[in-house]
Write a protein that binds this ligand. Sequence first.
Ligand code: FMN
Length: 180
Amino acid sequence: MIYNETMQSILARRSYKVFDSKPIDDENLETIITAGLYAPTGMNRQPWHFTVIKSEEGLARFAQARRSLPLPPGIPPEAAARFGDPMRNAPVMILVSAKEGGTSFEDSCLAMENMFIAAASFGIMSGWDHATVKDLFNHDPELKKELIPEGYVLYAAAFFGYPGPEVKDRGERKGTVQYI
Ligand SMILES: Cc1cc2nc3c(=O)[nH]c(=O)nc-3n(C[C@H](O)[C@H](O)[C@H](O)COP(=O)(O)O)c2cc1C
């Protein structure tokens, strides 16, 4: 394998459930977002809208909604502690929404992955937040109005921050690959 800077960032990226509260500086954040904006999109539609939540008030409002989301079905309340704080102590949350239709879903996910890799190149890690994508705006439609443009659908949501104390080793990748 050729181990250049891009490969180092791809291999260094890990999903985190707990972040350090150290802020992400604006230049790093802007670069991460630029990486997202340069992702490919079907027919170059660039159908998305990026919502970057980083202010104290913005994070507090998001946290209030995020914490009031019910636990996934089947999780008894006494086991809730195991899930920790849904905000993960992260200083930045990025949402990618787009008008429904065409390749909006794929475009949004590709943008998020570009941002994950750019972030990893600065030692900033990320964490996809499936519960936000799936349920948050159904649970809190007012928040949807505050955070994404009218008529848009949320396709990707992730936390960004410097890694917390957990050590990540998810082992070797064993995906099946076939060369023809
Ligand atoms: C579509 C999708 C949804 C995910 N949802 C969550 C989630 O809700 N919470 C979470 O902590 N991690 C979530 N993850 C992160 C995965 O658990 C993680 O990518 C996987 O375990 C591999 O680890 P790595 O990202 O560190 O390589 C999600 C990843 C994807 C691609």
